[in-house]
Write a protein of this length. Structure first.
Length: 82
């Protein structure tokens, strides 16, 4: 089996969709390395596994997860009237 085939097989075993995390209003939750890795892998799969954009995928995943966490915190604070 080729290196690429083995890599896809290995990563595929551990690829679980990221569930949206519930932000705790009192904590500034930064996305974990694992959350970013999983989202970056999802982005890679969405590009039909075309390589060469690993850094772009990572940065996009990091941004998406950070923004989503910030929006969830802001929404919760607004609901509580803070």
């Amino acid at each position: 089996m080729s290196q690429k085939g083995m890599r896809n097989q290995t990563l595929g075993l551990h690829a679980n969709p990221i569930k949206p995390h519930t932000a705790e209003p009192s904590a500034n939750h930064a996305p974990s390395h694992e959350e970013i890795r999983r989202r970056a892998y999802e982005i890679y799969l969405e590009r039909d596994t075309l390589g060469g954009s690993e850094l772009d995928d990572w940065l996009q995943a990091e941004l998406e997860l950070s923004v989503n966490g910030f929006v969830a915190q802001a929404t919760e604070k607004t609901k509580r009237g803070a």
